[in-house]
Write a protein that binds this ligand. Structure first.
Ligand code: SF4
Length: 202
């Protein structure tokens, strides 16, 4: 199978899930925002981080966020860290809505693959996204365990070298806007954006 055919299959899967997203009271963009804020770590629950995740403008991202706030699915709070920045979290209504997320169609389809196929697909898609981030201007989101900023000095008390904070166990598997994949450093494909963000020796 050619690279083009495989890329077209990826696009087709995305389109089908997008079409499913018109079910219910929320639009695909609102579902995406709800999903994002359920999966984002405490450093990434901001409108600008969501705009980065969606590779869209701050204005477009804000429209989806405002609609979710008006509908009672999301609530904004001042950041506990600095008291100035905004942090968005799901309300109980938002969590209930997520239980009927149309995206689950794709999750179930992936779940029909055996463990070996799922692992191979996970690694392949991880690599494709890292390559896209390295040649483009959009951030690559990921989790602590795959990030070069995670210190392994004390495995029982992991810390983020970039942000200088301990990583709570419940946050370790959540998406981060500051993520930088270790593979970028191994491959020597660090782009300008990630170079600016990750100034540490990884
Ligand atoms: S280790 Fe990486 S993914 Fe985890 S909080 Fe720090 S920058 Fe984000």
């Amino acid at each position: 199978m050619s690279a083009r055919e495989t890329a077209e299959l990826l696009l087709q899967a995305g389109r089908l899930v997008q079409a499913e997203g018109y079910d219910g009271k929320l639009s695909p963009a609102q579902w995406m925002a709800l999903r994002y804020f359920a999966r984002a770590n405490p450093f990434s629950r901001t409108p600008s981080a969501f705009a980065e995740f969606q590779a869209t403008t701050r204005g477009t991202a804000s429209q989806a966020i405002k609609a979710l706030e008006a509908g009672g699915y999301l609530v904004r709070q001042r950041s506990k860290a600095d008291g100035r920045s905004i942090s968005l979290r799901l309300t109980d209504k938002g969590k209930e809505a997520l239980a009927r997320d149309p995206f689950e169609v794709l999750v179930r389809a992936v779940d029909t693959l055996d463990a070996k196929q799922r692992t191979a697909m996970h690694h392949a898609l991880h690599q494709v996204l890292t390559t896209l981030a390295a040649i483009g201007t959009h951030r690559r989101f990921g989790v602590c365990q795959d990030c070069c900023n995670l210190t392994s000095a004390n495995p029982s008390a992991p810390e983020c070298l970039l942000l200088g904070v301990p990583i709570q166990p419940e946050d370790a598997g959540l998406l981060c806007v500051h993520f930088q994949p270790t593979s970028e450093h191994r491959d020597g494909t660090v782009n300008e954006w990630t170079t600016a963000i990750c100034r540490k020796e990884c």
